[in-house]
Ligand binder design. Structure first.
Ligand code: PXL
Length: 267
C-alpha cells in the first residue's frame, strides 16, 4: 500500500462505556482531537443502569477475542504509545499482560482503573491484585486517581497535596513508572491539583476547580491525552501538562446528562 504520511499510532486497551463519556469512546475521541491515529482493543462493555442508581452492568469480552484484537493490531502497526484502561477481570488481565510482554513498546500508559464511579471500593480484590502484579510492572507511565493512589501507595488517607506527593513517590519507588497522581476535585481547596513525579522531577499541576463534582471521562481522557502526546514525541512532563490543559478544557465544555454526573467533551 502506498503510504505518504505516517501518523502517530495510539492504541487503547479499554472497555466500552456505552454512553460515550468514559472508556474506549473517550480515548478514541481524545486521540482524534490530539491528532493521533486511534485504535481500540475492547476488553468489556459497561452499561449504566438508570433503573438501579446508575450502577454498572459489566460484561467482559472473551479472552480469546481480546487476544485476537491485539494480534491484529500489533501485526498492522508499530504502536507509538499504548494506553490501558479498564480491564475488569483476572482472565482479561492475564491475556492483556501476556500480549504486552511480547511487544517492545516505547510508552505504556496505565490508567489503573480499580473502580469506576458508582462501584463499591474493593468489589474485586482479585482483579486489583492481578493488575498490580501483572500490568503495573510493564507500565512506563501511571495515572492513579485519588482512590487508586491510596490503594497503590498503601496509604490510608490522602487529604492534601503533601500526602498526594508522598503517594506519587511511593508509587514511583514501587514500580519505576512516571506517576501522575490525580487529586482532581477530591482535595480541599480552590484548585484541582495533580502531582507529577518521575524519580527526579516533581511538579504540582494546579488549575482552578470547575465546580466541585467529578465529571465522567476526565480520568480516561487525561491518560489518553498523555498517551497521544507521548506518541507525538512530547517528554513525560510536557505530556502531563498538555493533558491537564486538554482535560480542563474538556470539563469546561462538558455535556449535561440525565445521569448524576456530566460527561467531559473533547473539542
Ligand atoms: O471511569 C473509568 C471507566 C473506565 N472504563 C470504563 C468505564 C469507566 C467508568 O464508568 O465504564 C469502561
Amino acid at each position: 500500500m502506498s503510504n505518504t504520511s505516517r501518523p502517530p499510532f495510539t492504541l487503547s486497551i479499554a472497555g466500552s462505556e456505552a454512553t460515550g463519556g468514559a472508556g474506549a469512546q473517550a480515548d478514541l475521541k481524545t486521540f482524534q482531537a490530539l491528532g493521533t491515529y486511534g485504535i481500540v482493543a475492547l476488553t468489556c462493555i459497561v452499561s449504566f443502569d438508570p433503573k438501579a442508581g446508575w450502577g454498572h452492568r459489566f460484561v467482559p469480552i472473551e479472552p480469546q477475542v481480546i487476544a485476537d484484537q491485539l494480534e491484529a493490531e500489533f501485526a498492522c502497526y508499530d504502536m507509538d504509545a499504548v494506553k490501558i484502561g479498564m480491564l475488569g477481570t483476572p482472565a482479561t488481565i492475564e491475556t492483556v499482560a501476556g500480549a504486552l510482554r511480547e511487544q517492545t513498546l516505547p510508552h505504556l500508559v496505565l490508567d489503573p482503573v480499580l473502580i469506576c464511579k458508582g462501584q463499591e471500593p474493593g468489589a474485586a480484590l482479585d482483579t486489583d491484585n492481578a493488575l498490580k502484579e501483572q500490568v503495573l510492572p510493564l507500565a512506563t507511565f501511571v495515572t492513579p486517581n485519588h482512590f487508586e493512589a491510596m490503594s497503590l501507595s498503601g496509604m490510608d488517607a490522602i487529604e492534601d497535596v503533601e500526602a498526594l506527593t508522598e503517594a506519587a513517590k511511593r508509587i514511583y519507588d514501587a514500580c519505576g513508572a512516571t506517576v501522575l497522581a490525580k487529586g482532581g476535585v477530591r482535595l480541599a481547596g480552590d484548585d484541582a491539583v495533580d502531582v507529577f513525579y518521575d524519580g527526579t522531577t516533581l511538579e504540582i499541576l494546579a488549575t482552578p476547580k470547575i465546580g466541585e463534582h467529578a465529571v465522567s471521562g476526565a480520568g480516561c481522557s487525561l491518560a489518553a491525552a498523555v498517551t497521544a502526546e507521548l506518541a507525538k514525541g512530547a517528554t513525560p512532563l510536557e505530556a502531563a501538562r498538555s493533558a491537564k490543559a486538554f482535560v480542563t478544557e474538556g470539563i469546561r465544555n462538558r455535556v449535561p446528562s440525565n445521569a448524576p454526573f456530566d460527561a467531559l467533551r473533547q473539542l
